[in-house]
Design a protein around this ligand. Structure first.
Ligand code: ADP
Length: 398
């Protein structure tokens, strides 16, 4: 066990997720979730040694209050002095950051500059960063960007076919997301398969509530499905993914909806939820589909079909495909979705090993394609917090 621990923070506008990790073993010693941080009934829940308890934040219902409560909790468990650095998840680093950085005033200004690209997230991250700097004093703080891994995409992959002036003026282009997860999973896949990652052409599907896919070759991202925002690409829990942009004018003219309402519909009421008319949760949908619910069955089919189409198109970006990697809550657990996707990709010679597919669930990595399959399908659990902890330790000189 290492003596030095890393605190990882992921701040939303009214929430704060935190974890204290041993950077060597990956063990999580404490986790917390602060919520309603702008309301009088703000609170933070701590989980330590398998036990949970909640602390009221009504005297300071904000991010500073949450970080102070976390500091007290760490002191109470004798962990405060072992915290050596703090890593912050930051949604957008735009084109400014292609890797993680030690935070100073210039980096704070850089994260501020990227607010137009992540108007909900970056301001919240800044609240968390400022609170951590204030409460934890001299500890180094590191920013780890969701977009950084995707900065290696070639121009032809990140440029939209719209007037180029819009890119020059507003930075309007594909940025992608889930980059920290892809970086972790690409490394883990190479390790798991006993290959050098530079020799592996991978298509990685990160399938959580938000879902995206990336092509990785030469150890670098070549293309990804999320775009300027996370709305583009795959079918997700509540997001539509790719859709004809004319849906905006169609709904404006026929359903009397405005831009905000349509954006909300495509982000929050679509995807698995919109199709199934039941839930955004894949587990629930699988249960109901098994009982014969038509909407649930269709939702699963569309999810898998669209994903398979994307695997094929991402193989163009990676120049072929040696490994198809599933990760994220759905990717790591749903052998049904994986089976359907492999079925659609049978034309590549990809064949499922049904037993292995069944076994690779609940945190178990595994090869799920049959022996001799020209494409190796594999399940690799992601761990974004650990990747953030590794970067934080490295950049803090630990
Ligand atoms: P987030 O993007 O919020 O981090 P997760 O990566 O935790 O999301 O993934 C959440 C998704 O994973 C949900 O749709 C959930 O239903 C799905 N999921 C989790 N466990 C299973 C399971 N055993 N079978 C099918 N889907 C699962």
């Amino acid at each position: 066990m290492s003596n030095k621990l890393i605190l990882v923070l992921n701040c939303g506008s009214s929430s704060m997720k935190g974890a204290v990790l041993d950077n060597d073993t990956g063990e999580v010693l404490l986790s917390c979730l602060g919520d309603k941080l702008i309301l009088p009934d703000a609170f933070i829940t701590f989980k330590i040694n398998g036990e949970k308890h909640t602390v009221d934040l009504k005297d300071k219902p904000n991010h500073t209050g949450a970080v102070e409560a976390l500091l007290h909790e760490l002191e109470a468990h004798g962990l405060r002095d072992r915290i050596a650095a703090i890593g912050h998840r930051v949604v957008s680093g735009g084109e400014l950051y292609s890797e993680s950085v030690l935070i100073d005033n210039d980096v704070i200004a850089g994260i501020e500059k990227c607010i137009t690209l992540a108007p909900l997230h970056n301001p919240a991250h800044l609240l968390g960063i400022r609170a951590a700097m204030k409460v934890f004093g001299s500890l180094p703080n590191v920013a780890v960007f969701d977009t950084a891994f995707h900065q290696t995409m070639p121009e032809h992959a990140y440029t939209y076919a719209i007037p180029r002036e819009l890119y020059r003026k507003y930075g309007l282009r594909r940025y992608g997301a889930h980059g920290t997860s892809y970086r972790f999973v690409a490394d883990e896949t190479a390790r798991f398969l006993g290959k050098d990652k530079k020799d592996l052409r991978m298509v990685i599907a990160h399938l959580g509530n938000g879902a995206s896919i990336a092509a990785v070759a030469n150890g670098q991202c070549q293309d990804t499905s999320m775009g300027l925002t996370p709305l583009e690409g795959l079918v997700m829990g509540t997001r539509s993914g790719d859709i004809d942009p004319s849906v905006f004018s169609f709904l404006a003219q026929n359903a009397n909806m405005n831009i905000t309402q349509i954006t909300d519909l495509l982000n929050k009421k679509s995807g698995l939820l919109g199709i199934s008319e039941l839930s955004n949760d894949c587990r629930t949908i699988e249960e109901e589909a098994a009982k014969g619910h038509e909407g649930a069955k269709l939702a699963l089919e569309i999810f898998a079909y669209r994903l398979a189409k994307y695997v094929a198109s991402m193989s163009v970006a990676s120049g072929g495909i040696d490994a198809l990697v599933f990760t994220g809550g759905i990717g790591e657990n749903s052998n049904l979705i994986r089976s359907k996707v492999m079925g659609y990709l049978g034309f590549l010679g990809l064949k499922e090993d049904a037993k292995a597919n069944e076994a690779a669930r609940f945190g178990n990595a595994g090869i799920i394609s049959a022996e001799g399959s020209p494409v190796c399908a594999v399940v690799i659990p992601t761990n974004e917090e650990l990747m953030i902890a590794h970067d934080t330790a490295r950049l803090s000189g630990l």
